[in-house]
Design a protein around this ligand. Structure first.
Ligand SMILES: [Mn+2]
Length: 280
């Protein structure tokens, strides 16, 4: 596989590591999230490394693209693989950017971050609550990832939700800090969402949080999602006010011949790295 932004420094010299996890074991609607990491990295070749908004250039900055994590035989085993790999990277003091792959993988990465940052909060951007207890025979299914993350003791803030699972709507109703998409017409929710997070924040970005008009390439598209500048305004606030310690971007399910969503995913990651390191 190529390197994110077309350049990779040696691991020992890197600040940020890109970890591709092409896993798609439990998706239920459209398959293809295993093709996401490669599509993001290929599209990233076309991103200008100079960012006018932050007046900075990521060329030579210190990003190392790792080889893809291999697929395990079961989703439970895959979690263990993600967990031990991310833990190793955090022990080496790397800032980990994980590329999915389906959303289930976030649990392994969150667990590893929680070991290092005991007060970790998780910001999830997603169309779905992902709060089922178990789905299709597995508690590690992508539809359960936020239940697992909550069990691990992390505070959570969920943004952009507009599809609530039918198995446990009462459980979802009781949750604090879900920012529903239908209440996000203006930006007034943003400060409340930021304030609900602790100091150390892990961001799990399911691309179906975006509106399908700009992000059709996901396995479970839902109408009424977030738009590009709204999302960037929000993320910028989060990076300004909090210590973001890692993030993932998951669920890109590329559509053949349609490059704009792949490019958008690459640009989102690039923006988030710039917000982490280059805000003045
Ligand atoms: Mn999700």
């Amino acid at each position: 596989m190529a390197d994110f932004l077309g350049e990779s420094v040696k691991y020992k010299d890197s600040k940020v590591v890109i970890l591709p996890v092409p896993y798609d074991g439990t998706s239920t609607y459209v398959k293809g999230a295993d093709k996401g990491p490669k599509a993001i990295i290929d599209a990233s070749m076309e991103v200008e490394r100079y960012d006018a908004e932050t007046d900075s250039n990521l060329l030579g900055f210190g990003i190392c693209t790792l080889s893809s994590l291999k697929n395990a035989a079961s989703v439970g085993r895959e979690m263990d693989l993600v967990y031990s790999e991310v833990k190793k990277l955090l022990d080496d003091d790397k800032f980990v950017v994980m590329l999915g792959g389906e959303h289930s993988i976030s649990y392994g990465a969150v667990k590893a971050h929680k070991d290092k940052f005991s007060d970790l909060s998780v910001l999830q951007i997603d169309a779905h609550d992902d709060l089922r207890e178990e789905f299709e025979g597995s508690k590690f299914n992508h539809a359960c990832v936020m239940s697992r993350i909550k069990e691990s003791g992390c505070k959570t803030v969920q943004v952009g939700v507009r599809s609530v699972n039918e198995d446990c709507p009462d459980k979802v109703k009781k949750q604090e800090n879900i920012f529903y998409a239908w209440n996000m017409e203006d930006d007034s929710w943003m400060d409340d969402a930021v304030a609900a997070l602790g100091d150390d924040v892990y961001i799990s970005f399911d691309l179906d949080g975006f509106d399908p008009s700009i992000m059709p390439s996901t396995g479970t598209p839902e109408p009424g999602g977030m738009l590009w500048y709204q999302t960037l305004r929000f993320l910028r606030k989060v990076f300004e006010k909090k210590n973001v310690v890692g993030f993932d971007v998951v669920e890109l399910c590329p559509i053949k011949g349609m490059v704009a969503p792949d490019f958008m995913a690459a640009k989102l990651i690039y923006k988030m790295i710039n917000y982490k390191y280059n805000l003045k």
